[in-house]
Design a protein around this ligand. Structure first.
Ligand SMILES: [Zn+2]
Length: 97
């Protein structure tokens, strides 16, 4: 297992893509309640392939986690509780009905 990109290089823990969207988000205000899994997350990365919004510490593996561990944490803690819709950063207004 030596093929993991180094820390700091985007890997989507949801789909495995290295295709990062051309935008990064830093939250300046909380978007979830204080006891929420996403409460400590302020740096976000976005996957251009599956539309997932991902905590940067997982997408870039800041704390010496490998890709498999990042995926495990994503699936166990963040995926189901995400306050962000897929491709939310592209959404500027609701689609016409
Ligand atoms: Zn993805």
């Amino acid at each position: 297992m030596t093929s993991d990109p180094p820390p700091g290089v985007f890997v989507c823990p949801a789909c495995g893509s290295t295709n990062e969207a051309n935008i990064r988000t830093t939250l300046s205000v909380p978007v979830v309640p204080p006891d929420h899994a996403w409460d400590p997350v302020f740096e976000l990365r976005h996957c251009a392939d599956c539309g997932a919004t991902i905590p940067a510490h997982l997408a870039e593996r800041w704390a010496k986690v490998d890709v498999a561990e990042a995926r495990r944490q994503w699936e166990s803690m963040f995926q189901a509780t995400s306050p962000f819709q897929p491709y939310y950063w592209l959404v500027r207004e609701p689609p016409p009905t």
